[in-house]
Design a protein around this ligand. Structure first.
Ligand SMILES: Nc1nc2c(c(=O)[nH]1)N[C@H]1C(S)=C(S)[C@@H](COP(=O)(O)OP(=O)(O)OC[C@H]3O[C@@H](n4cnc5c(=O)[nH]c(N)nc54)[C@H](O)[C@@H]3O)O[C@H]1N2
Ligand SMILES: Nc1nc2c(c(=O)[nH]1)N[C@H]1C(S)=C(S)[C@@H](COP(=O)(O)OP(=O)(O)OC[C@H]3O[C@@H](n4cnc5c(=O)[nH]c(N)nc54)[C@H](O)[C@@H]3O)O[C@H]1N2
Ligand code: SF4
Ligand SMILES: [Mo]
Length: 706
């Protein structure tokens, strides 16, 4: 049989590494890194390469499934599935109104260029506003802070990796996770070049992570205290005269308010809470002041704290006030294939972005960027006044990826309709009335869209479908449109002259490109960053200045002060839980890849400092009970001297005991640490909706036998 190769790219995480797919006949047989790819140059991690296992996994959902009265999933035809789903949605909408229908779009949905547009259009057509997505588990704090400081959610400056002398990385572990909100293939290779040319890379983290062991320096910090660290650093930078007064005068607003704020958190005051010595603040400020270009970046470890929005604001301030924003070697705005000057529009007027609700203050939903907080999903499912009665989950697994598993398990069975559009019958899908088979990345055309505006080297690439959709798998856009048509809703793609790629055609035109050209060229390298254009061309605030102390944060600053007092007076010995990603897992969905689930990776133990373990009589390998006010789990203890004492760490996305549709995952189930996370009102950052998922107080004790 004839073997051909197709150049494509990975859609698992942000760098979108180039892959070469080997296709024999109509079968995808192998994926290898694309050595000729102009951006990734032969880099790919094993998650990308094991995409072939996902493609052929015998547990993939290949036909529409319907759950019968006995709870068994049986195969149905597409027409029957679509017809019945449309009828039930119509019925729910007629009886209870559009807000009885809700949606949840998971993380892989964002790596699928034609999906999100169809998804949000579907709910807009329905008139349904309760649409959730993973932003509030991942990054909505960054959107909220960027909008307040720079006037647009899309302004997310990234480190100028190739020129920086000093790079501070807070709450991220690129060796394992390849970075987020900074898209670069082979992140570790890039960081190594910084060190090799005599620069410094500093990992601010409660764990001496794999990345810090491989290169650079580790600056240990107490979980969920980064906002105080950044305030202390700014205070010290000002004291040392590192504020660039000319830049502040030319481009800053509310500068005095910023100074007043940071002076309340001098290093001497925040040192105990953060665990960072005063001398370290001093040395770091001096180093930033002296660097020709200093850059700073943070990721999920800080996003998921209680103060993710404020932390990201202060992180931007470290860059801006020291003159490192838009400077060579500092932080730069990556202009991708859409110049997006007007893309997101300006920020709403102060105050208009928030609303009072029965669940306390919320950010007013503005899709797709600001959905309702995922942590309110169980509350809205079980709501007395106006419950969600039909839920469509696409490319997501909220049962395991959010806090509140037990609350979700209690209310999912009450839904009149649950539809899961996925590759697998995942843990959430077990409760579905219908599981609909989606195509995977190798069965669809695509453009890399997620990294737009955050790429270390701006580029755009197109991939054809490597193989035709196998079995009865269908693209999500096709599925959503079929349901919409069956409900009598209009579908944009049906309009005369409409084309699924028209949005991208429009975006590409802003860089003088077209889809045809992209199809022919595969990947287009958009060239290096242009420095010095930020304030004139990109900043979106109404007065054209960077807001150094947004008034929308006033109430949050008061809460910050209260929480600081609480934290500072906390009894010694409180254990705090953080998350720990692993190279072999991708959130919850690589759980079924047998070749990655070897014996050493068949479980997700609780990592604990040996001293903390000894204090509790817990040997390495012992079983322990971990509990707090939110829940209780049992896990195996793994001694780990790389943790700051008092910190325990566990990988999320496990706890697959009841995932009957994924046999490897079920045989190696692990434990869902998210049972220990807060859920419901008060469990998220009111500025952004971002869930509070790190630095969670827990107690750990030996498991009582019997
Ligand atoms: N192999 C693999 N790769 C992945 C994923 C995966 O599941 N597996 N997931 C992908 C996704 S969806 C995302 S969003 C990205 C995420 O990419 P990253 O944000 O880099 O994710 P993590 O590796 O979890 O790193 C978070 C780090 O924060 C630290 N941390 C925890 N709490 C705190 C704190 O309070 N303060 C500070 N300073 N640090 C803290 C943790 O020790 C951890 O090292 O990774 C992507 N890549
Ligand atoms: N404690 C803790 N919890 C966390 C995190 C953490 O660090 N700590 N990280 C959070 C983060 S950053 C994220 S992004 C969320 C992720 O939260 P979710 O997106 O809810 O969960 P995933 O496990 O990524 O599930 C993705 C699902 O999409 C399916 N899928 C994969 N590809 C496709 C596709 O092409 N089409 C369709 N239709 N389906 C597909 C997979 O089979 C899987 O079932 O989890 C969050 N939860
Ligand atoms: S780093 Fe991310 S994009 Fe690159 S191959 Fe691995 S999973 Fe795919
Ligand atoms: Mo994520």
């Amino acid at each position: 049989m004839e073997t051909k190769t197709v150049r494509t790219f990975c859609r698992v995480c942000e760098p979108a590494c180039g892959l070469v797919a080997e296709v024999t006949g109509e079968k995808l047989v192998r994926l290898t890194p694309d050595r000729e790819h102009p951006i990734s140059r032969g880099f790919a991690c094993h998650k990308g390469l094991f995409g072939v296992d996902i493609h052929h996994d015998p547990d993939r959902v290949n036909h529409p499934l319907r759950r019968n009265a006995r709870g068994e999933f049986v195969r149905v035809g597409w027409d029957d599935a679509i017809g019945e789903i449309a009828a039930r949605l119509t019925d729910v909408r007629t009886r209870h109104g559009p807000d009885a229908i809700a949606g949840y779009l998971g993380n892989p949905g964002e790596y699928n260029a034609l999906l999100p547009e169809a998804w949000y259009a579907f709910f807009a057509q329905l008139g349904a506003s309760r649409v959730f997505n993973v932003n509030t588990q991942d990054c909505s704090n960054k959107f909220a802070a960027a909008e307040a400081v720079y006037g647009s959610v899309t302004i997310q400056p990234i480190p100028d990796f190739e020129h920086t002398d000093l790079l501070l990385l807070l709450g991220e572990n690129p060796k394992v996770s390849q970075m987020s909100f900074a898209s670069l293939p082979d992140a570790m290779g890039t960081l190594q070049r910084i060190v090799s040319r005599g620069g410094r890379v500093v990992f601010v983290n409660p764990r001496r992570v794999e990345s810090a062991k491989a290169l650079g320096e580790w600056l240990p910090i107490q979980p969920d205290t980064d906002v105080y660290f950044l305030a202390g650093l700014l205070c010290e930078l000002e004291r040392q005269g590192c504020f660039d007064e000319a830049i502040l005068a030319a481009h800053g607003r509310h500068v005095e308010e910023l100074r007043t704020f940071v002076r309340q958190y001098p290093p001497a005051r925040v040192s105990a809470v953060t665990g960072i010595p005063v001398a370290t603040f001093e040395a770091l400020a001096t180093a930033i002041g002296r660097a020709r270009g200093a850059a700073i970046h943070m990721s999920t470890g800080v996003n998921m704290g209680r103060q993710g929005t404020l932390a990201y604001w202060l992180l931007q301030m470290v860059s801006f006030v020291t003159g490192n924003l838009d400077r060579r070697g500092g932080n730069v705005l990556s202009v991708g294939y859409y110049t997006r000057r007007a893309r997101a529009g300006r920020a709403p007027a102060d105050g208009a972005q928030f609303m009072e609700s029965r669940f306390g203050q919320l950010r007013r939903p503005r899709l797709p960027i600001f959905p309702l907080p995922g942590n309110l999903l169980p509350d809205l499912l079980a709501d007395r006044e106006s419950p969600i009665r039909a839920l469509i989950v696409c490319a997501g697994n909220p049962l395991l990826s959010l806090g509140g598993e037990e609350r979700l398990r209690a209310c999912l069975p009450d839904l009149e309709l649950l539809v899961s559009i996925d590759l697998y019958r995942n843990a959430t899908g077990e409760y579905a009335h219908f599981v609909l088979p989606a195509t995977d990345a190798f069965e669809r055309e695509d453009i890399n869209q997620l990294g737009l505006g955050m790429q270390a080297r701006p580029n755009v690439q197109f991939t054809p479908a490597v193989v035709a959709p196998q079995f009865e798998r269908r693209h999500e856009r096709f599925i959503l449109h079929a349901i919409a048509r069956a409900m009598g809703l209009s579908v944009a793609d049906d309009a005369p002259g409409a084309h699924p790629w028209s949005k991208f055609e429009h975006m590409l035109r802003s860089r003088g490109l077209s889809l045809d050209e992209l199809r022919a060229r595969g990947t287009v390298d958009l060239g290096p960053h242009a420095y010095g254009r930020f304030h004139d061309d990109h900043l979106q605030t109404a007065d054209g200045r960077v807001d150094c102390c947004p008034s929308a944060f006033a109430a949050a600053l008061t809460r910050l002060a209260t929480e600081f007092h609480a934290r500072a007076s906390e009894p010694a010995g409180t254990l705090r839980l953080i998350s720990k990603r692993e190279a072999r897992m991708m959130n919850s969905w690589y759980a079924n890849v047998a070749r990655l689930k070897t014996r050493a990776f068949a479980d997700n133990p609780l990592h604990m400092h040996p001293a903390d373990a000894a204090a509790r009589g817990l040997a390495d390998g012992a079983r322990a009970c971990i509990r707090n006010v939110h829940g209780e789990i049992e896990a195996t203890i793994r001694h780990d001297a790389d943790l700051v004492p008092g910190v325990v760490a566990m990988m999320h996305g496990w706890g697959q005991q009841q995932t009957h549709g994924m046999h490897v995952a079920q045989a190696t189930p692990g434990v869902n640490c998210n049972r220990l996370l807060p859920t419901g009102p008060g469990s998220f950052d009111p500025l952004s909706g971002q869930a509070h998922m790190t630095g969670i107080p827990v107690e750990v004790a030996a498991r009582m036998s019997g």
